[in-house]
Design a protein around this ligand. Structure first.
Ligand SMILES: Cc1cc2nc3c(=O)[nH]c(=O)nc-3n(C[C@H](O)[C@H](O)[C@H](O)COP(=O)(O)OP(=O)(O)OC[C@H]3O[C@@H](n4cnc5c(N)ncnc54)[C@H](O)[C@@H]3O)c2cc1C
Length: 286
C-alpha cells in the first residue's frame, strides 16, 4: 500500500481544491473545450479561492503553501478540467523568472498581481525558427537610454492574448549564442507589443496558444530580469522547475496517480479559516 506523503494540513488543502474541482470546475469542462474560449470564470473562481497564490511567498501576496501544494492543486484541477489546470500551472511557470532572478523591486511590483491572479502570466521563449534550440532565436533587444527596444516574434505561447505580463527572451548580443540571450518582463500594454494568430488546437482548447509580435516594443531598462546574457540560464532553470507541474496535469488527466488521492472529501477543510466554499456567495479572506 502506498503511503500519503502529505501532512494533515496539506491534505486539507488538497481536499479543498478537490471539492472545488468536483463541484465548480468539472461541470464547466465540457463547455470550455467545446467553445474553445478562455475560461475567465474559472480564473475568477481560482482568484476567489486563492489558488494562484499557493506557490508564492506570503511577502509577495501568496499563501506560502509551497511548490508541492501547487503541484497537488494542479493535479486536482486538471482531473476536472485540463484547460483550467494549465492556467494554474502556467501562472507558476511564468512567474518563475521573477521569483528566481528578479530584483526586490521587480518582485514587489509584479508578484502580488500574479499571486492574486489579477494578472495572468505567460512565458515566451519559442519562435518560428527556435524551439528545441533557443540559441537560434532571432528576437532582439537593444538598449536605448533607459529603455530596451524589442523586435521579433514568438510562437506557440500559452496564454497569448489573455496574459497581463509576458516573460520574454530576446538576444541582447545577436552573435553571442546562448550567452547572448536576456530575459525581460513585458506588460501587455507595452507600446509596439501585439498578439497575433491564436492557434486552433485538438485539445485543451480553452487555453490560448498564439503568436506575439514586438515591433520597436519599448520596455523600461528596469524590466531586464537578471543580467544581460543570463536569459538562457534563467529559461532552463524555469523549465527544470516547471516540468514538475506538467507531469501531475497529464497523469491526473489519465487517472494514473496514487489511489490515495482518488476519493472526494465529505466535508470542507478549515485550513483557510474563512475561505470561500464552493457555492458560497460571500468572499472571506484567509
Ligand atoms: C500547446 C503548446 C503550448 C506551448 N506553450 C509554450 C509557451 O507557453 N511558451 C513557449 O515558449 N513555448 C511554448 N510551446 C512551444 C514548445 O515549447 C515547442 O514546441 C518545443 O520547444 C519544441 O519546439 P518546436 O515545436 O519548434 O520543435 P523542434 O525544435 O523543431 O523539434 C521538432 C522535433 O525534432 C526533435 N529534435 C529537435 N532537435 C533535435 C536534436 N538536436 N536531436 C534530436 N531530435 C531533435 C524534437 O524532439 C521534436 O520531436 C508550446 C507548444 C505547444 C504545442
Amino acid at each position: 500500500m502506498r503511503s500519503d506523503p502529505l501532512t494533515d494540513e496539506q491534505r486539507e488543502i488538497r481536499d479543498l481544491v478537490r471539492t472545488l474541482a468536483r463541484e465548480r470546475i468539472a461541470p464547466r469542462a465540457g463547455e470550455i473545450d467545446e467553445s474553445a474560449e478562455f475560461p475567465w470564470d474559472m480564473v475568477e473562481l481560482m482568484r476567489e479561492h486563492e489558488l494562484f497564490g499557493l506557490a508564492f511567498d506570503e511577502k509577495h501576496g501568496g499563501s506560502g503553501a509551497g511548490s508541492l501544494m501547487l503541484l497537488v492543486a494542479v493535479e486536482e484541477v486538471s482531473r476536472a478540467c485540463a484547460t483550467t489546470g494549465l492556467v494554474l500551472a502556467v501562472q507558476e511557470l511564468s512567474s518563475l523568472a521573477l521569483r528566481l532572478a528578479g530584483t526586490d523591486e521587480q518582485k514587489s511590483r509584479y508578484l502580488p498581481r500574479l499571486a492574486s491572479g489579477e494578472w495572468i502570466a505567460a512565458y515566451a521563449l519559442t519562435e518560428a525558427g527556435s524551439g528545441s534550440d533557443p540559441a537560434a532565436m532571432r528576437t532582439q533587444a537593444k538598449r536605448d537610454g533607459e529603455e530596451y527596444v524589442l523586435n521579433g516574434s514568438k510562437r506557440f505561447i500559452t496564454n497569448a492574448g489573455v496574459a497581463g505580463l509576458y516573460t520574454v527572451f530576446a538576444k541582447t548580443d545577436p552573435d553571442g549564442g546562448h550567452a547572448g540571450i536576456s530575459c525581460f518582463v513585458v506588460e501587455a500594454d507595452a507600446p509596439g507589443f501585439e498578439v497575433g494568430r491564436i492557434e486552433p488546437k485538438m485539445g485543451i482548447k480553452g487555453s490560448t496558444t498564439g503568436e506575439l509580435f514586438f515591433n520597436d516594443c519599448r520596455v523600461p531598462a528596469g524590466n531586464l530580469v537578471g543580467e544581460e546574457g543570463e536569459g538562457f540560464k534563467i529559461a532552463m532553470r524555469i523549465l527544470d522547475r516547471s516540468r514538475r507541474s506538467s507531469t501531475p496535469r497529464v497523469a491526473r488527466r489519465w487517472g494514473s496517480l496514487s489511489p490515495s488521492t482518488s476519493s472526494w472529501p465529505g466535508s470542507w477543510p478549515t485550513w483557510r479559516r474563512g475561505a470561500k466554499r464552493p457555492g458560497d456567495s460571500s468572499t472571506r479572506r484567509v
